[in-house]
Design a protein around this ligand. Structure first.
Ligand code: AMP
Ligand code: TRP
Length: 333
């Protein structure tokens, strides 16, 4: 039996992932690597669509890789690499650009939102062609499944359309991938504004638990999280969004059910509960942060791990690109 192939990518746009990224995305990556042939990619080329200081981009790419490993993405069980290390991504990206329609690409909502925010003059062409590079990321590896958040569904649909179009014009070349939309239950909200999702673009970082923050900072953020009305620790997203969010976090990290936690805290009040959640989060993240820092201390060791990942990835990528070129009628060298 051959294992299904999985591919996903995450942008190195911040110094630290937050708890939402972990519980909503990376945790599923870790689970999927055991029963699938998984390829995980830090999409540093995609991150160039946002102008970033070179030293910062470098730091964030390595920090992202270190955090993924510390969170359980195991380079011995999956293929973990940096997108820029495998040049086939750019090469197939161009082919995808020549396949996609201008109107089709113009309908991508992520492009529309982002370009509207910054205005045409400050929008780079790379933001427009971003989904075609993403399609290349996926199709190069003949991925069956692409674990992503709901916001990426449209990009995966586009990828399927492009793959199907190529196959029917030039002969069977690409596997049609399916979006594997991450469970909605894993949505984590902001601690200060618990009706909106925890996000790196929040106005204030007070409500965002970052993997790389110190245990003290994170404990404080949880203890000073928004207090709902009432006093009982009960899961009720409408009336107690703050407490419900903390229950979700506790349950996701401790593996205990929400109803079990409600009984444990019956009659105990918010203060006790928040302290316990702070302990659970801090105890969970402490060794992860420690491991990420250790990995970052040995930078050449970390780069060597990524190089091995890139070598494994390239074997597959080369093969797909070669058959793509051949089917297109590009002359062999
Ligand atoms: P982003 O950098 O916001 O695009 O997020 C990277 C990944 O983390 C995506 O797969 C998102 O779906 C996931 N993610 C981001 N924020 C949250 C959140 N608050 N709760 C659950 N998942 C999230
Ligand atoms: N666009 C994705 C995001 O913003 C990141 C990404 C790039 C990706 N290439 C990918 C996700 C390939 C899945 C597969 O989250």
């Amino acid at each position: 039996m051959t294992m299904k192939r999985v591919l996903s990518g995450i942008q190195p746009t911040h110094d630290s992932f937050h708890l939402g990224n972990y519980l909503g995305a990376v945790k599923q990556w870790v689970e999927l690597q055991h029963k699938h042939d998984a390829f995980y990619c830090v999409v540093d080329l995609h991150a160039l669509t946002i102008e970033t200081d070179p030293a910062l981009l470098r730091k964030r790419s390595l920090a992202s890789a270190a955090q993924l490993i510390a969170l359980g993405v195991d380079p011995d069980k999956c293929t973990l690499f940096l997108q820029s290390h495998v040049s086939e991504h750019n090469q197939l990206g161009w082919i995808m650009e020549c396949l996609a329609g201008f109107g089709e690409a113009s309908r991508m909502t992520q492009f529309k939102d982002k370009s509207q925010k910054s205005g045409t003059d400050r929008t780079v062409v790379g933001l427009f062609t971003y989904p075609m590079l993403q399609a290349a990321d996926i199709l190069l590896y003949q991925a069956d499944l692409v674990p992503v958040g709901e916001d990426q569904r449209q990009h995966i649909e586009l990828t399927r359309d492009l793959a199907g179009r190529f196959n029917s014009r030039y002969g069977d070349t690409f596997q049609l991938p399916e979006a594997y939309i991450l469970k909605a239950g894993a949505k984590i909200n902001d601690l200060q504004d618990p009706t909106s999702k925890m996000s790196k673009s929040a106005n204030s970082m007070q409500g965002v638990i970052e993997i790389m923050d110190t245990p003290e900072v994170n404990a404080k953020k949880i203890k000073s999280s928004m207090t709902d009305t009432g006093r009982e620790v009960l899961f009720n997203e409408k009336e107690k969004p703050g407490i419900s969010n903390l229950l979700t976090i506790h349950s996701a990290l401790s593996g205990r059910s929400i109803s079990e936690l409600e009984s444990e805290f019956a009659g105990k009040g918010y203060g006790d509960f928040k302290s316990t959640v702070a302990d659970v989060v801090v105890d969970y993240l402490r060794p992860i942060r420690q491991r990420a820092l250790e990995l970052l201390e040995d930078e050449s060791g970390l780069i060597a791990v990524l190089r091995q990942g890139a070598e494994k990835a390239q074997v597959v990528a080369e093969k797909t690109l070669a058959s793509t070129y051949k089917n297109l009628g590009l002359v062999e060298r």
